[in-house]
Design a protein around this ligand. Structure first.
Ligand code: ADP
Ligand code: MG
Length: 329
C-alpha cells in the first residue's frame, strides 16, 4: 500500500512467531526472523516510530533499526536489561538493593559456593521469562548437573509479597507512576495482580521513588515496569526491570483513566502527557493453558468482569492465553 493511503494511526507489527496475538489486531504485519534484514527494511521504511514489547529481541536488530528510524526505548537500555548480571549491577550502582547474587559459569564454580548461601535460585543470565531457565537449589548436597551457560545464583528469600510499579516517561521528561500493584505467582508465573497493593505508605513511596530513579537514569521514553520483592521484615528489593508494558499492568485498561498501553504509545509518539488516575480498585487473573476455555465457552460474563482473549491457538500448559479483570467495589 502506498504510504499516503495509510490511515493516520496505521500500525505495523514485525514478529518472529506465527501465532502472534498482535498480528490479529494490526493493520499490517510481517512474520520473519529477527535477523532477516531484507524483511526488516520493508518494515522500517513503512514506520515513523518503532517500539517493542519483548525484551529478548536481539540487540543487533534493534540497533540496526535505530540507525534508520527513532526507536523507543533506546536499544542501549535493552542491552543492559537483557543480561541479568548487567541489570543487577546497574541497579546496585544507583544504590538500590537487589537480593544477594553470585556470577556462575559452570558446576565447579557452583560447588565452591558456601552452603549458607542456599536455598538459592540458579537463573540463566539471558533469555529467561515466566520462570524459564530457573532451577531452585536447596543445598549443595543435591545431585547437581548444570549445562555450561552464563548464570547468576540468587539467594532465595522468603517473600512476604511481590509488587510492581508501572512508570511512564514522555519525551518532554514528564514522569508518572501508577500505584504499586500486588502480584501472586504460581510456579514462578504471574497468576493474579491486585491494584492498589496492600502495602504501607512508606513502601509505596520507596517503590515509586526507586522506579523513577531507574527510569530517569536510563533517560527512558515509554512505559517501564519494575518488579520488587518485599521480605518479612518489610525490606524492599528490586527483582527485575521490564522495559515494556507488563502483564501486571493489564488491569490499568479498566481501572485507570489511561491504560499502560495508551501511556506507552502516547510517550513513544510524543503526544501530550496524560497523568494516570485510579478510577477503581481491580484484580486481574491470568488465564493459563486450558483455563481459557472456562471463559471462551461462557455465553454471558458477570458484570464488572472483563475478559481478554489473546486468541492463541494452542493452550499449552502454563501458556498465557488471556486474562480477566474484575473491578472491585
Ligand atoms: P522471570 O524473568 O521469569 O519473570 P523472575 O526473576 O522475576 O524471572 O522470577 C520469577 C518469580 O520467581 C518471581 O516473581 C518470584 O515469585 C520467584 N523468585 C525469583 N527469584 C526469587 C528469589 N531470589 N527469592 C524468592 N523468590 C524468587
Ligand atoms: Mg519476573
Amino acid at each position: 500500500m502506498p504510504r499516503g493511503k495509510r490511515s493516520k494511526n496505521f500500525n505495523f507489527i514485525f514478529t518472529d512467531t506465527e501465532d502472534s496475538p498482535a498480528t490479529k489486531f494490526s493493520d499490517e504485519h510481517i512474520i520473519a526472523q529477527y535477523d532477516d534484514f531484507e524483511k526488516l527494511e520493508k518494515f522500517i521504511q513503512a514506520c515513523d516510530v518503532i517500539t517493542y514489547e519483548f525484551e529478548n529481541i536481539p540487540y543487533k536488530t534493534l540497533n540496526h533499526i535505530f540507525k534508520k528510524k527513532p526507536v523507543y526505548p533506546d536499544p542501549q537500555i535493552n542491552n543492559i536489561i537483557q543480561d541479568r548480571l548487567s541489570e543487577k549491577k546497574f541497579i546496585n550502582d544507583l544504590n538500590i538493593p537487589t537480593v544477594p547474587y553470585l556470577q556462575i559459569e559452570d558446576s565447579n564454580q557452583l560447588l565452591l559456593v558456601e552452603e549458607k548461601f542456599f536455598p538459592a535460585i540458579l537463573k540463566t543470565r539471558r533469555l529467561g521469562y515466566d520462570g524459564k531457565g530457573q532451577t531452585v537449589i536447596n543445598s549443595l548436597k543435591e545431585d547437581l548437573y548444570i549445562e555450561k551457560n552464563d548464570y547468576i545464583l540468587e539467594k532465595r528469600i522468603e517473600l512476604k509479597s511481590e509488587i510492581s510499579v508501572i512508570t511512564v516517561r514522555y519525551q518532554d521528561n514528564s514522569l508518572f507512576s501508577y500505584k504499586p500493584i500486588e502480584n501472586i505467582h504460581k510456579d514462578q508465573i504471574l497468576y493474579t495482580s491486585t491494584s492498589p497493593a496492600s502495602i504501607s505508605q512508606e513502601l509505596q513511596t520507596k517503590a515509586i521513588k526507586w522506579s523513577q530513579d531507574i527510569i530517569e537514569s536510563l533517560n527512558y521514553v515509554g512505559v517501564i515496569c519494575i518488579e520488587f520483592f518485599v521480605d518479612k521484615y518489610d525490606n524492599l528489593f528490586v527483582n527485575e526491570i521490564a522495559p515494556r508494558v507488563h502483564n501486571s499492568g493489564h488491569l490499568t485498561i479498566e481501572s485507570y483513566n489511561v491504560s499502560q498501553f495508551q501511556s506507552h504509545l502516547r510517550a513513544v509518539c510524543d503526544l501530550s502527557p496524560i497523568g494516570p488516575e485510579l478510577k477503581s480498585k481491580a484484580q486481574m487473573l491470568n488465564l493459563l493453558g486450558e483455563d481459557i476455555y472456562r471463559y471462551r465457552d461462557q455465553k454471558k460474563i458477570e458484570k464488572n468482569i472483563y475478559f481478554h482473549d489473546y486468541f492463541k491457538k494452542e493452550a499449552k500448559k502454563g501458556r498465557k492465553m488471556g486474562h480477566v479483570t474484575k473491578i472491585l467495589t
